[in-house]
Design a protein around this ligand. Structure first.
Ligand code: SAM
Length: 227
């Protein structure tokens, strides 16, 4: 039976190069690898999962879809799920915080040497993830943004390379800034509303805290005004 992916994972799947040998870190139910194999977009995948419950669920799903010969489900922490002999060329890490994704990459950075493409979908702290990528000789080659169930998600497609990002690009995303889509504007309008509410509802907060909030608000206003 064909798997119906969430809109978020469907978008991530679109950025996985055709014919990839994939590692999906934090695969949970292994939905993404199952979909990619079913569609013929991927030849081989490892579904890596560090927690036993989701690992068992990934094992069961892969088996029920008849894909045990093409998807290896491994109980493993981060990038320890693969060895050089697996010839992994693409890694997806989705549905985690930006800092956790950066930590996972940082913990085994040497293993990324032969990996060509990273497709990362942080749930928050995208700025910290971009900072880590820039500092470690990675380059963002595409970005996407979507909403699903009232939540906003960003996707970063990454290759080895160099990039110099301004503070504004780190926060808003270089491609997201220039593409300036409706979803992007909605995300930052919501953030602006939240920060303005926080500022106004704490009139007695410390001057330094107010200054930080005011700077953040000003940056967002500038970006929204440019659109
Ligand atoms: N990637 C799926 C998605 O986007 O729908 C699942 C996201 S779920 C919120 C995060 C999963 O990552 C959990 O199943 C968690 O156990 C797993 N995880 C967290 N840290 C991990 C790590 N260091 N290595 C492997 N899996 C990890």
């Amino acid at each position: 039976m064909d798997l119906q992916l969430s809109k978020r994972l469907q978008k991530v799947a679109n950025y996985v190069p055709k014919g990839a040998r994939l590692l999906d870190v934090g695969s949970d139910h292994a939905y993404l690898p199952i979909f990619l194999l079913q569609m013929g977009y991927c030849d081989f995948a490892i579904a890596g999962e560090v927690v036993n419950g989701p690992y068992q669920s990934a094992l069961k799903n892969v088996s029920e879809h008849g894909l045990t010969s093409k998807i290896d489900v491994r109980l493993a922490n981060g990038l320890s799920a693969f060895e050089e002999a697996d010839n992994i060329d693409t890694i997806t890490i989705c549905g985690m915080g930006g800092r956790l994704i950066a930590d996972i990459l940082n913990n085994d950075i040497d293993k990324l040497q032969h990996v060509k493409t990273l497709v990362l979908q942080p749930n928050n702290r995208e700025d910290d993830l971009r900072k880590w990528l820039a500092a470690n000789d990675f380059e963002i080659v595409a970005e996407d943004i979507l909403t699903e169930n009232d939540k906003c998600y960003e996707i970063l497609v990454v290759k080895h390379g160099h990039m110099n990002l301004t503070a504004k690009e780190l926060r808003f995303g270089p491609f997201l800034l220039s593409n300036n889509t409706t979803v992007f504007k909605e995300k930052w309008q919501n953030e602006l509303n939240k920060l303005t509410f926080a500022l106004n509802s704490n009139p007695n907060s410390k001057i330094e805290e107010r200054a930080i909030l005011e700077d953040k608000i000003q940056d967002i206003k500038e970006v929204l005004d440019e659109s």
